[in-house]
Design a binder for this molecule. Structure first.
Ligand code: ADP
Ligand code: MG
Length: 632
């Protein structure tokens, strides 16, 4: 992560220039006074006001001191003052802007008013006032500058903390009884640090300019000490006779101001690039060989969605981890396909990759990622919006974060349809109410005026499902769409989902860890284990008896009407491998009762076994004779 950020800081000529300039200034601040401090302070009556020469590249001042040595030496006081003023502003800003988030609404309002009033005072007024109170000097100027900048930082942090005030983790921390101090230091500050740091860098340049102005006016650094502003002020009377004495410190102020400004921009750019989603299939993870295995289930003639050899890589501290590899699947128009597997098997990553929602630094590659003839991998984000519109809808596992907390439910449900001009507001609202009612949300009509935080988790999940259905999308990608629902509602919601899919002709790719949910909803199921597809089969075949031992184990762990109530359900011994584990053979071999040496040494490929079925197993079970098996 750090390496990427550092790389982002030199990723364009401007960013590189900014980084180099800041590094140069810091080096000068550290070494300047040591190397040239003596020369800068020693008067030389023989060489007064001399023009630039080989001995004095920028000439000498009215006391015969070397101007270049003085400019270089003044880097330290100028920077230190600017940094100290900014630090004061950040610390006070955090106390006034960020801390109130932990102190309750009333305190927050008081502090907001304080900040607004504080912002109204101009820099010079505060500087003059502080100088009158404390006397002119470097310390006074720094304090005045810090106090002037405080409300700006305070306001920024107030805005940033407002965003995390209601975050689940902060609320959870309070419930756990974590002290205010710790919550502030460990929960609030780290979460607002990045934008604040960018703003700090941008403002150091501004502080430097303002402090130089104060010194220039005689309110800052006092002789015999000097910073760039003081040098400029001292040299001004001789601006016509020896202009070099003014040009040099003036240029230093400009360069330093620009350097910090550019560095701030560069940091903001680097932070932004962290958030830009990577285009699918365009960013190969270094050091990973391209997938060459042809997909086992290439029968794609009539498919709406075709995924071939999907692979997702994420960078880790020591290389890359590949939670999804070689995944191929297809969904026909109107078909509901399920993806099942234990937690961590790569189901969500697969669904997100198909929906083009894997963000940087994750890298997605696929031999084919095709939706109704549109190559999803090749689309830019803009094309994705214009060409797909609402044709693909996504229901996420965590409903909380995917509903906009600032918009009423009604607006979120209808805006997709209205944006496209497909219907009018009244019809859209009626449809929304109808869908919510179908999904058994009580008081459906009045819910439209509510905000997401006024609904329960289960209701929010159903609102997401309704949003997906509003658009009558051709494909709904749903990741654990019913995990937040209780059993009775879950059953009903699944029924509604499949009924609406049938009515609208929508296809769906439904991800779940619960094979029971999928058997009641889907016609075909893809079983995933450790990031790979291990079996693909129709629900009928699944219920008769799947071929892969892992699918069999998943099915056996499902309660059925025949399960003896006095015996515990079967569980799968062991646990799935970590994506980083280096496995040569079948990933399931370690837990498989049927595993032999072949399984441990060679990876079984997904082989087609019937029109609808494929299995990746060296010793698959023969198709089982029809038995009656009912699932819950
Ligand atoms: P599930 O099948 O339970 O939905 P996921 O698809 O969420 O599993 O995760 C599969 C694997 O991918 C997990 O081991 C997880 O740690 C890893 N993973 C998911 N997202 C990331 C990420 N952003 N960075 C690194 N690894 C990730
Ligand atoms: Mg998941």
């Amino acid at each position: 992560m750090l390496k990427q950020r550092l790389r982002a800081l030199v990723s364009s000529p401007t960013r590189t220039l900014a980084t180099c300039l800041v590094l140069l200034l810091v080096t000068l601040a550290l070494l300047g006074p040591l190397l040239w401090g003596g020369e800068a302070r020693t008067p030389d009556p023989v060489h007064l006001n001399e023009a630039p020469s080989a001995a004095h590249p920028l000439g000498t001042d009215n006391l015969g001191r070397d101007v270049l040595a003085r400019v270089l030496t003044a880097t330290r006081p100028s920077l230190v003052m600017a940094l100290t003023a900014t630090l004061i502003a950040v610390v006070l800003g955090a106390l006034v802007g960020a801390l109130p988030v932990l102190l309750g609404r009333r305190v927050q309002r008081v502090f907001a008013a304080v900040l607004t009033t504080w912002m109204a005072f101009p820099v010079l007024l505060i500087a003059l006032f502080t100088t009158i109170l404390l006397g002119a000097g470097a310390g006074t100027a720094v304090l005045a500058m810090g106090l002037t900048m405080t409300p700006v930082f305070g306001r920024l942090m107030q805005t940033l903390t407002a965003g995390i005030e209601t975050s689940d983790y902060l609320v959870a921390a309070r419930m756990l009884g974590i002290s205010r101090r710790r919550r502030f230091l460990r929960y609030v500050l780290p979460n607002i640090a990045e934008p604040v740091l960018v703003y700090v860098t941008l403002n150091v340049g501004g502080a430097l300019l303002a402090l130089s102005s104060l010194s220039f006016l005689g309110l800052g650094v006092q002789a015999p000490d000097f910073d760039w502003g003081r040098m400029l002020g001292d040299a001004l009377p001789a601006v016509y006779t020896s202009p070099w004495t003014t040009i040099a410190p003036g240029a230093a102020i400009v360069v330093a101001g620009v350097a910090f400004g550019l560095a701030g921009e560069a940091m903001a750019g680097a932070a932004r690039s962290q958030d830009t989603p990577v285009r699918a299939a365009r960013t190969p993870a270094p050091g990973t060989a391209p997938t060459t295995t042809p997909p086992a289930v290439p029968d794609t003639s009539d498919a709406l969605l075709t995924v071939e050899n999907l692979r997702v890589d994420y960078p880790t501290g020591s290389g890359w981890t590949t939670p999804v590899r070689d995944v191929s699947l297809r969904v026909r128009p109107g078909e509901i396909v399920g993806v099942v597997g234990e937690s961590g098997s790569g189901k969500s990553v697969t669904a997100m990759a198909i929906a083009r929602l894997i963000s940087s630094p994750g890298a997605v590659r696929a031999g084919r990622l095709d939706f109704d003839g549109i190559d999803l991998a090749a689309l830019s984000d803009k094309e994705l919006r214009t060409r797909l519109g609402t044709r693909v809808a996504v229901v996420f596992q965590d409903p909380g974060t995917f509903l906009n907390p600032a918009l009423r439910i009604g607006v979120q449900l209808t805006e997709g349809l209205l944006n496209q001009g497909r219907t009018n507001a009244t019809t859209a609202r009626e449809k929304a109410v109808h869908l919510l009612r179908q999904l058994r949300i009580t008081g459906a009509a009045s819910r439209l005026a509510q905000y997401p935080n006024e609904l329960s988790g289960g209701m929010r999940q159903r609102v997401l499902i309704a949003t997906a259905q509003m658009a009558e999308a051709d494909l709904i990608i749903a990741d654990e769409p019913t995990t937040a629902l209780d059993m009775t509602v879950q059953h009903h919601v699944l029924e509604t989902l499949s009924k609406r899919c049938r009515e609208d002709g929508s296809a769906a790719l439904v991800v779940s860890h619960d094979i029971g949910v999928l058997t009641s909803l889907c016609s075909r199921i893809v079983v995933m284990y450790a990031g790979r597809v291990v079996e693909e089969l129709s629900v009928d075949t699944l219920l008769k008896g799947p071929a892969h031992p892992y699918s069999q184990a998943l099915l056996a762990s499902l309660p059925t009407l025949d399960s003896p109530v006095d015996q515990p359900l079967e569980t799968i011994p062991g646990h799935p491998p970590h994506p980083d584990e280096d496995i040569t053979g079948c990933a399931y071999a370690a837990r498989c009762p049927r595993a032999r040496d072949t399984c441990r040494n060679d990876l079984p490929r997904l082989e087609k076994v019937s029109a609808e079925g494929a299995v990746a197993c060296w010793f698959p079970s023969a198709p089982a004779p029809a038995t009656t098996r009912s699932t819950s």
